[in-house]
Write a protein that binds this ligand. Structure first.
Ligand code: ADP
Ligand code: PHD
Length: 441
């Protein structure tokens, strides 16, 4: 029988009202056997996610400050949900255990994971599915990377005896049994792991939008949804900032070819977006699949006469980044020039100054310039390889909007054109590229 794995994001489980919608969705289709919840997210734009409050509790405790008021707000949020759902569930023993574990000096991962843990307990009670703690079936190795083989084996065994279960997202266990979380937004990965282990027919990812949209709805007004998209296009878009799915979500399901279906909890009749190995490209209609971007990068630009003839020059340059454990996003290059694009988060605490000094010493460039406050905008789509003029359309749209392009990079895959622009031009750039490709209704 075909089985669906359904992950519900924080916005889908932010209040009792949202829990009721989730219950209806799950119980309306009995193939929805495994459910992966996130922690309660924002109920309105100025609200705070429970996960953020849990991080805050850990931070306050670590600084020797009183975390009880923040902890109480978290407990009240869960109690409100339980009361409004009229569940005869007493979460007090769980709250007490979490509180005393924090006071004993536990890890950030344990504290952050409790949002999903508590939501899992509530949801399992509401829909009458068994609760399975993710730490018993999702495993990380010593280095903190997901151990998919062990996870698949243990999870398959466990789920074969449990036809209907709720498995909290976002965390698993290290070999020593300690809780370990994925990076932020990682419940998406938990859902993909469960789907892979049981070879689900589909991995449903329920959120607050009707699928992946051509651009971020916070930047473009009412962007069109994408019906179908390939795993690779999704990977490019989510890596470049389309935050509806965690950028690593595709890896567990990729090889097995399990489709991902992004759906809207608030409008469950909408078909959403299907993410597949191959998707037909209708380049006549809209020749691109999506646009995404991120702010806050720095470009370190280097010029050296006859760089192309100096064997090992770029290797020497990149080894400086490696030595200082700084990863880079792109390295666009010319004959006598090369630029290294780095996320600002990698350059804090004096790292930028150290890198610049080392590059000057070891690579003796003719010119070294640092361009801060850069944003990257990626226009993605398989159709690009088949239709000329895509780059020209992007560049003329940006030119007409007076956006200064500082860097251009087209990966070897030909499904992605990335431009580097000033942070302040970020929104405008996405809006004009969208307008250039998507015909108005
Ligand atoms: N290209 C895009 N398509 C759809 N949503 C996007 C896109 N870019 C950014 N988003 C944002 O992602 C949000 C959903 O992701 P997230 O807040 O993590 O949801 P959840 O809580 O369900 O996991 C949407 O509300 C939307 O604002
Ligand atoms: N609650 C975690 C994990 C997660 O995936 O959440 P969401 O599904 O709401 O993005 C976070 O905020 O990072």
């Amino acid at each position: 029988m075909s089985i669906k794995v359904s992950k519900f994001g924080g916005t889908s489980l932010a209040s009792a009202e949202q829990f009721k919608k989730v219950k209806e969705i799950i119980l309306s289709d009995e193939s929805r056997q495994y459910v992966v919840p996130s922690a309660p997210g924002k109920r309105y734009s100025s609200d705070t996610k429970v996960t953020d409050m849990l991080y805050k509790c850990h931070q306050l405790y670590s600084e020797g400050l009183d975390f009880k008021p923040t902890f109480d707000i978290i407990c009240n949020r869960y109690e409100e949900i339980v009361n409004d759902l009229k569940l005869g569930l007493d979460l007090t023993p769980h709250f007490n255990e979490i509180y005393t574990t924090i006071v004993k000096g536990t890890t950030l991962d344990y504290v952050a994971s409790r949002g999903e843990y508590l939501n899992g307990i509530i949801l399992s009670e509401l829909i009458n599915f068994q609760f399975i703690d993710a730490k018993d079936i999702i495993f990380f190795n010593e280095e903190g990377r997901l151990d998919l083989d062990k996870t698949k084996e243990v999870m398959r065994q466990r789920l074969s005896n449990t036809p209907f279960a709720v498995i909290p997202g976002f965390y698993g266990a290290l070999p020593n049994g300690e809780v370990k979380i994925f990076s932020r937004g990682g419940s998406d990965i938990s859902g993909a792991v469960v789907a892979r282990a049981i070879k689900a027919e589909v991995y449903e990812n329920w959120t607050d939008v009707s699928g992946l949209l051509i651009a971020d709805p916070g930047v473009v007004n009412n962007p069109k949804p994408i019906d179908k998209i390939t795993y690779r296009e999704l990977r490019e878009l989510s890596y470049m900032g389309a935050k509806v799915l965690h950028e690593e979500t595709i890896f567990p399901v990729l090889e097995a070819g399990i489709p991902i279906n992004i759906r809207n909890t608030n409008i469950p009749t909408d078909p959403g977006t299907l993410i597949l190995k191959h998707a037909e490209v209708n380049i006549e209609k809209i020749p691109i699949t999506g646009i995404a971007g991120k702010k806050d990068f720095t470009v370190i630009a280097i010029e050296k006469n006859q760089m192309n003839a100096q064997i090992g020059y770029v290797r020497k340059l990149l080894s400086i980044f490696e030595e200082h454990r700084v990863s880079f996003e792109h390295i666009p290059s010319g004959i006598d020039s090369v630029s290294v694009v780095v996320d600002d988060q990698q350059l804090q605490n004096g790292k930028l100054e150290t890198l610049v000094k080392e590059i000057r010493n070891q690579c003796c460039p003719d010119l070294l310039e640092v361009h801060p406050n850069m944003a990257l905008v990626a226009t993605v789509g398989h159709g690009m390889a088949y239709r000329p003029g895509i780059a020209a359309t992007i560049f003329s749209a940006l030119y007409e909007a007076n956006v200064n392009i500082r860097m251009i990079d087209q990966g070897a895959s030909e499904i992605n054109i990335i431009v580097g622009i000033e942070n302040e031009d970020f929104e405008k750039a996405i809006q004009v590229i969208y307008k250039a490709f998507v015909p108005e209704e």
